[in-house]
Design a protein around this ligand. Structure first.
Ligand code: COA
Length: 166
């Protein structure tokens, strides 16, 4: 099974080119690769995880600190090489990034994406309904790592500048 051959690990500075390449291939353009580069270089804390298949990066996920509820992260982007899709690499990257966020003491994660895909990890649109979101609507979702972290919050969620510059 492919998953057993893959090392899921933290992204390191020397992975930069591999990470940019996989995001470029995943999204078919430069925007997400540029976003990743800016976010990793930027002042906000990040959690970066790669899927490494024999030294080749086939998937990458990034979580970045945002301004909003205390200790919150933005999940973006998540990309898997088109040649390696449907092997649960995206699922594994997401589960591991969430676990790492929990271990590091983060309280919540926001994502803009497909509710069916992200629903499997517990992200809910309803939870994000009461925050002032940059992209309101059903695709904007939240996951609480600490109960009440989002549901008790009223106010804005502000993504790092790199998202508006992208
Ligand atoms: C979305 C993505 C990360 C999934 O990676 P993956 O390793 O193939 O995902 P998994 O194998 O863990 O899961 C496969 C499931 O994702 C679903 N899926 C694939 N692409 C999807 C998409 N763009 N939107 C919603 N669901 C998607 C598949 O239908 C499959 O569903 P199933 O489990 O019910 O059969 C990958 O398709 C990708 O990089 N897409 C382009 C970039 C993107 O859209 N990123 C996510 C938005 S930030």
């Amino acid at each position: 099974m492919i998953l057993e051959k893959i090392a899921f690990r933290a992204g390191e500075p020397e992975d930069r080119l591999g990470i940019l390449a996989v995001q470029r291939r995943a999204f078919g353009g430069e925007a997400e690769a540029k976003l990743v580069d800016r976010l990793i270089e930027g002042p906000e804390k990040t959690i970066s995880m790669v899927a490494d298949l024999d030294g080749m990066i086939v998937g990458h996920i990034l979580l970045t600190e945002l301004a909003g509820p205390e200790r919150s992260l933005a999940l973006a982007p998540l990309g898997v090489d088109p040649e390696w899709r449907d092997f649960l690499i995206g699922t594994e990257l997401t589960n591991r990034a969430i676990a790492k966020a929990r271990d590091e003491g983060w309280h919540s994660i926001f994502v803009l994406g497909d509710p069916v895909y992200y629903g499997r990890f517990g992200f809910k649109s309803a939870l994000a309904e009461h925050v002032k979101a940059p992209w309101p609507g059903p695709n904007f979702m939240a996951l609480e790592l600490v109960p009440g972290a989002v549901s008790d919050y009223r106010g804005p969620v502000t993504y790092p500048d790199a998202f508006s510059d992208a």
